[in-house]
Design a protein around this ligand. Structure first.
Ligand code: PLP
Length: 402
């Protein structure tokens, strides 16, 4: 088992402070607007506001919309925004330029790409998604009208993928337990059976290095409001491998995905490349906030982000083991940092009440029924001392005393 932080005794407050003092990413926290007195461990649900997102939002409102009015579309850089911002996200998920755009929500992007994938495999009637995968993914897949929906356990994918399968969909990081799937191996498994694979990167983009091109992934979607800090309801992204572009058709033939959008012609002709998956008018305020938020990533080494995320997880688990032992809370995430994404889930029979009590004391986590509390670890702004405080408050709430 890989331990990102190796100590022979339980972690204490001084260890946490020392880890913060030598954290190479520590100054990035200054880029965020974090409220005083709040220990925020929910950036895996909604990332924090960055100063750069706030500035860009105001710029586009005052300077763009406010001053240029409709000219923002014709003279400005708004029409190129989905591809421009898509390429910036592509750089964070291992995609060469021209394969990622931002548009719509994750749900809608999943629908568009999964529908397009099924058309590429007309003889095959089955689609596969792990039964515990995120609900919207399962609902969308169930609604596609495939002859057979296979829902194996996450660990039982191999047995469910055969020559009948058109498409495999799964989350790279499990939203409940943070278990990390092996992208290269699962993609290979699907390809060996002749199936396409679509990865959900909601809990990976900005949380850990992703290698879409290197793993030969076909399709991927993800949101930008978690680890990418794009803001509530920020536009999602989608990835389609360049080798598939010419053959993929979006089920939503919107004018933003048309090859000659302002020709206003009678017939729909898809735009070349991944832009064919755009639908309607880009939500420019949302894209502006996201584009600003991405500035915090300039010059950031994703390997350092991953190293810190693993260390944060290890320290949190050590603190729980050392300070909450016997108080009824157990770790539901993999203990091996190499198999864990960027949150740690705790199991407790009264998790919902506990999460509310923590929030009332300024420790923000989230509750996932029936019995999980998720603690999000966002390496750009989570400190090791935040984990210390969270565990101390948890220990008190569990009756462990001060
Ligand atoms: C793994 C995963 N997929 C999909 C979604 C939903 O995406 P959206 O609401 O942006 O469509 C979420 C939301 O939290 C998620 O965690």
């Amino acid at each position: 088992m890989v331990r990102a932080v190796a100590l022979r005794r339980p972690v204490d407050f001084d260890d946490c402070a020392a880890l913060d003092a030598r954290d190479p990413l520590a100054t990035l926290r200054d880029g965020f607007c974090l409220p005083e007195g709040v220990t925020y461990l929910d950036g895996n649900s909604l990332g924090a506001l960055t100063h750069s997102a706030r500035r860009r939002l105001l710029d586009v409102a005052d300077g763009g919309w406010g001053r240029r009015l409709i000219g923002g579309w014709s003279e400005g850089d708004w029409l190129e925004a989905p591809a421009r911002v898509g390429d910036r996200i592509g750089a964070l998920v291992g995609a060469a330029p021209g394969q990622v755009v931002v548009s719509d929500s994750t749900t809608l992007n999943l629908f568009k790409l999964a529908s397009a994938a099924l058309v590429l495999r007309p003889q095959r009637g089955a689609v596969v998604i792990p039964r515990d995968d995120f609900p919207t993914d399962r609902y969308v897949l169930a609604g596609l009208g495939a002859r057979e929906l296979r829902t194996p356990e996450r660990g039982g994918l191999a047995g469910a993928i055969d020559g009948e399968v058109a498409l495999v969909v799964l989350s790279h990081v499990d939203y409940r337990t943070a278990e990390l799937a092996d992208m290269a191996a699962v993609t290979q498994l699907a390809h060996d059976a002749g199936a396409l694979v679509l990865w959900d990167l909601c809990h990976s983009a900005g949380a850990l290095p992703v290698a879409l091109d290197a793993c030969d992934v076909d399709l991927a979607v993800g949101c930008t409001y978690k680890f990418l800090n794009g803001g509530p309801g920020a536009p999602a992204f989608l990835y389609a491998a360049r080798r598939l572009h010419d053959r993929l058709r979006s089920p939503i033939q919107g004018w933003f995905g048309h090859g000659d959008q302002f020709g206003f012609g009678d017939r729909y002709e898809p735009a070349p490349g991944v832009a064919r998956f755009l639908t309607g008018t880009t939500g420019m305020l949302g894209v502006a906030a996201l584009e600003g938020a991405l500035d915090v990533w300039d010059g950031v080494d994703l390997a350092a982000v991953r190293a810190k995320s693993m260390a944060l997880g290890d320290v949190l688990i050590d603190l729980l083991d050392g300070r909450c032992a016997g108080l009824g809370v157990t770790v539901a995430s993999p203990r091996d940092a190499a198999r864990r994404g960027s949150h740690v889930a705790l199991r407790h029979p009264r998790a919902g009440v506990l999460a509310d009590r923590l929030a009332a004391r300024g420790v923000v986590t989230d509750f996932r029924p029936p019995d999980l509390i998720r603690c999000g670890l966002t390496p750009l702004y989570t400190r090791f001392v935040d984990l210390w405080r969270a565990v101390e408050v948890l220990r008190e709430e569990l009756g462990g005393g001060r």
